[in-house]
Write a protein that binds this ligand. Sequence first.
Ligand SMILES: Nc1ncnc2c1ncn2[C@@H]1O[C@H](COP(=O)(O)OP(=O)(O)OP(=O)(O)O)[C@@H](O)[C@H]1O
Ligand code: NI
Length: 310
Amino acid sequence: MTNQKNNDLLLEVEELSVAFRMYDAAFEQQELQVISDLSIQVRRGEILAIAGSSGSGKSLLAHAVLGLLPENAIVTGRMAYDGELLTLERQEQLRGSQIALVPQSVAYLDPLMRVGEQVRGPHGKASAQRAAFERYGLGPAVDKLYPFQLSGGMARRVLVSTAVVADAQLIIADEPTPGLDLGIALETLKHFREFADQGKGVVLITHDIDLAFNIADRIAVFYAGTTVEVANASDFSGQGEALRHPYTKALFHALPQNGFHPIEGFQPYPKNLPPGCLFGPRCPHKGLQCEEKVFMREVRGGSVRCNRGA
Ligand SMILES: Nc1ncnc2c1ncn2[C@@H]1O[C@H](COP(=O)(O)OP(=O)(O)OP(=O)(O)O)[C@@H](O)[C@H]1O
Ligand code: NI
């Protein structure tokens, strides 16, 4: 991270690690490493997708940026928003105004507040709220409902509206489309695209790599709590020859349109991380040097955490 303000960069996350302080059955304190040396950047005007399987740390990254991690989290590394260090105090100021979260779970809505009021926010943006609800097919009657009265798809549309109404510079959308019908899902993604085209930033978290490379500008691929590759969306084409990491290539080849070749093995659990390369145990190219820590490096306009020539 430089001291000079780079106006293009909206969000910088550098070498972020997160561990949870836990107690095991014998009341021994343990540290569970859930994010390791993770770095991403979000530029103005782009959608950065974060793709990775369940448990790869996608939601935790969102919560870390917003300062929403639980008390037992030990966080190291650096994060900056618009060139300024993200301290807890700064996160509190930015949350819901400059940075908006579309949470993965509806549990983030206040159960005791009518949804119209919640989406209007503390500054009572009534016309913006109505416009957003209309855009997402939520009639006027929805304003007066409580969260428990919403169906899954409606609740998700309410969550997306919250981020839109906040008029934030950065939207972090955590799996915003599951449960939406196709029309509304496409409308939501179109809205994110417009948002980015206005010079704002969007982080689109998804386990769906197909969705990621169809809508985003760049894709950060997460594995076991870290980035293994940051690629341009256009790298996901042909036989995947432009991709840099064996895991990203494997994800690409596992898509139905690319032959449905499955990946052998499992992502390691935070309790049982292998030394060195976290993908090592599943990697067909694993060598001795992969037992040591592997750093991200720049390769052909993207970056990769792999020792091979890539
Ligand atoms: N409060 C917590 N205490 C302990 N472990 C946690 C906690 N929250 C998350 N984890 C663990 O951290 C890892 C990453 O979780 P995270 O929710 O970020 O995954 P994700 O990539 O968002 O997955 P999904 O696609 O299922 O939403 C998982 O192994 C999860 O079990
Ligand atoms: Ni998640």
